[in-house]
Design a protein around this ligand. Sequence first.
Ligand SMILES: C[S@@+](CC[C@H](N)C(=O)[O-])C[C@H]1O[C@@H](n2cnc3c(N)ncnc32)[C@H](O)[C@@H]1O
Length: 234
Amino acid sequence: MTKAPARARNSHVWERDKFDHYVEPEWIGNALFGALDLPVGTVVLDPSCGWGRLLRGAQTAGLYALGSDIVPRWNDKEAVNFQTVRNDRGVLCLRPSLVQADWFASGDDWCPSTAPGWREPQVVASNPPYDRAEEFLELALTRATMMVVLILPLRWIAGDRRTARLETSPLYKLMPICPRPSMPPGSAIASGTRVEGGKVDFGVFVWLKGYRGAPQIEWLRKPAVARGRRVRSA
Ligand SMILES: C[S@@+](CC[C@H](N)C(=O)[O-])C[C@H]1O[C@@H](n2cnc3c(N)ncnc32)[C@H](O)[C@@H]1O
């Protein structure tokens, strides 16, 4: 069994993972692509896709998913088993196109694939490595042709320097995630450690290229079914 990373004493924050492999709860990908309601077949690239949980959400919404990561985590046994994914039309999805690549590489090296969609993804959507999230965003705004969707700590909407940049960016929507998600390292999940009870609030930030209005707020709520409750029929 994989060794779980230590938590600092009296702290609810996990010790830093080398490449920031923190994993969002599975329901978030489905809920966010459901809420974005993009046209079927839209090309979505997750350039730090890890185990592929957001890609699974994209495929379930009928989108064309591409993924890359500096570490090929899709080979881990905890990674999404895409063979079992059906989109909302009940169609069995194929494994998305996945390549090992460094998003921060210069030139064209961030994209070693020549398969369709790679060089000009319509949407870049990711739970990025947090220590380089600002740099990640700037590259995503250059490389996506339509939209950038990032899961980020909600504290991003505060602070002089960062908000000055946000104000001049095409930030279209902020979706605070409710309830507060747990975002443990993949190694903690792999070791079977109990991983509930996040202490940091996160939101999905959506940039729409060319957008000039004020950003909207829309809460991204965990569906009742995913909370383990029965949904009453209307
Ligand atoms: C927050 S995790 C993403 C979790 C993912 N959604 C999942 O389902 O596992 C961030 C990911 O960024 C990757 N990463 C870190 N630095 C990177 C880089 N320079 N280029 C590409 N991916 C990178 C890490 O390997 C990690 O898998």
